[in-house]
Design a protein around this ligand. Structure first.
Ligand code: FES
Length: 105
């Protein structure tokens, strides 16, 4: 599935993400700037914060409770905020668009 990451500046990165990886892992592998993922996907750093395009929220699902408490430490949290290490890539997510927060670049 193809995932598009859009930086705060508007720069787009289109990545072919393997099913079973997370949206964070695919970004790190392709060196998408702004996803530092300091904790390596353990839901413990919030540096993989993204905004899911509203059209995709139904498919990516909602924040889990661990994620919610971690997002308390992130900046500019919105209702469509997710930690990208908590979103698993599935075939359904082909075409997914996520935006990166201003504070992460
Ligand atoms: Fe640390 Fe997602 S990589 S919370």
């Amino acid at each position: 599935p193809k995932i598009t990451y859009i930086e705060d500046s508007g720069k787009e990165h289109v990545v072919e993400a393997p099913v079973g990886q997370t949206v964070m892992e695919a970004a790190v592998k392709h060196a998408v700037p702004g996803i530092d993922a300091d904790c390596g996907g353990a839901c413990a750093c919030a540096t993989c914060h993204v905004y899911v395009d509203p059209e995709w929220l139904a498919k990516t699902g909602e924040q889990n409770s661990m994620e919610q408490s971690m997002l308390d430490f992130a900046n500019d949290v919105e209702t469509n905020s997710r930690l990208s290490c908590q979103i698993k890539v599935t075939p359904d997510l082909d075409g997914l668009v996520v935006r990166l927060p201003k504070s992460q670049h």
